[in-house]
Design a protein around this ligand. Structure first.
Ligand code: PLP
Length: 408
């Protein structure tokens, strides 16, 4: 891998021909959503132009073609994350829906009053509220693993949190708000040593590193298609079939049944049991193409490129005495959060935008984490395979100008 290949990768993303406020776009908000390569865009247009039909239902050729293309994505995802079978890959609207599905369905199956669910302080709201809702319904207790100021998960606290009442762990692999990576394999092994299943929120890991769910041995893993170069409105729930088989459906309707009478309905096998209604067909076809695109590149090359970007960014940022990095412990994956003396994150983001630089300012859907750091919001820069060293340098130079403007 060299800078030439980064330029080659980047050239496949048409958005980078766009100017923003008169400047070439510098997109440093890939943790919110990634840009789409031309081949993903083309595959959606091509599908809608030549093979649009509903899936799983028609006996006619067009519907068979649509179904084959749609199911091919399931096979690709299975290979990509090394699941045991395509039936362990459930299509959802996104990571949010996938977590809601597990909280609601597994919670219905297994939780009882006074049971305990373990989360961490750095979860996205999508991995907090679904658990709160099922906890309210079933009378369960939520326990939160603390972190230290540099964002490191307190492993001793985590390990000592388990009791005979602990029924589930749900944990983010890489924090969207601060970019810190949790030692996920160790966390999975600890949960299993207590006989407790664990869900891994891989929304900020899937686009940055090679994932093998069998060697991780996680019980569930979720991510959104739009964060891995695919379309919005697509998401993946991986679950071990031995657990998914026992869980009740999350939603009901067409396509998830074996037989319906007014007295009784029997449900289809995996994965259909969890896929009621017409899915986002062209979205999943686009997601399959995005995965194919990544497989052609190599996840290791992407990881190395993004690690080099992170090392460069932190080196430059740490030289600025007016910037305080929030939650950096050396494990950070493609996202850095910071605050600037006397300047509100929204002002930083607006002023950067005037130069065509897109960064995120806000609470990053992580209120509890912001409360821990004692800030209402931060500015976050985040990278992807198409990000260049020059873009990061331009952004950091622009931060200098903003600081000067506010302190002149
Ligand atoms: N979990 C994490 C760590 C995230 O970063 C996000 C999105 O930012 C989500 C969950 C929710 O993803 P979505 O809104 O695509 O469902």
């Amino acid at each position: 891998m060299n800078m030439l290949s980064v330029q080659e990768w980047r050239s496949q993303f048409p958005i980078f021909q766009t100017n923003m406020n008169g400047y070439p776009l510098i997109y440093l908000d890939s943790a919110a959503t990634t840009q789409k390569p031309q081949i993903v865009i083309d595959s959606i247009v091509e599908h809608l132009s030549t093979a649009n039909a509903n899936v799983h239902r028609g006996v006619y050729e067009l519907s068979q073609i649509a179904t084959d293309r749609f199911e091919q994505t399931r096979n690709r995802i299975q290979q990509f994350i090394h699941a045991n079978s395509p039936t362990e890959i459930i299509f959802t609207k996104g990571a949010t829906e996938a977590i809601n599905l597990v909280a609601s369905s597994y919670g219905e199956l297994a939780f009882e009053e006074h049971d305990e669910i373990i989360l961490t302080l750095m979860e996205h709201h999508a991995n907090i509220i679904p658990w709160q809702e099922i906890a309210k319904k079933k009378g369960c207790i939520i326990k939160v693993v603390p972190i230290s100021m540099n964002g490191t998960l307190c492993m001793e606290d985590y390990a000592s949190m388990f009791t005979e009442k602990t029924k589930f762990v749900s944990m983010v692999w890489v924090s969207n708000a601060i970019g810190v990576e949790n030692p996920i394999k160790q966390c999975i092994d600890i949960a299993h040593s207590h006989g407790v299943p664990i869900l891994v929120d891989a929304s900020q890991a899937i686009q940055h590193k090679k994932i093998d769910v069998q060697s991780l041995d996680c019980d569930f893993l979720v991510f959104s298609g739009h964060k891995v170069y695919g379309p919005t409105g697509t998401g993946i729930l991986y679950g071990k079939s031995s657990i998914l088989d026992r869980m009740p459906p999350y939603q009901t309707g067409g396509d998830m049944i074996r037989k319906v009478t007014f007295e009784k309905t029997t449900f289809a096998d995996l994965p259909s049991k969890f896929e009621a209604g017409t899915p986002n067909i062209e979205g999943f076809i686009g997601l399959g193409t995005a995965i194919q695109f990544l497989q052609q590149i190599s996840m290791d090359d992407i990881t190395n490129h993004e690690l080099a970007l992170m090392n460069h960014a932190i080196k430059l940022i740490e030289q600025k005495e007016y910037i305080k990095v929030i939650g950096y412990n050396g494990t950070n994956v493609s996202a850095l959060s910071f605050s600037m003396d006397g300047v509100h994150p929204h002002d930083i983001a607006s002023l950067l935008d005037r130069k065509g630089i897109a960064v995120r300012a806000g609470h990053h859907c992580a209120h509890p984490l912001m409360q821990f750091y004692g800030v209402p919001s931060t500015t976050r820069i985040s990278f992807a395979l198409y990000t260049t060293v020059e873009e990061i340098e331009e952004c950091i130079e622009a931060l200098d100008e903003i600081h000067t403007l506010f302190h002149a």
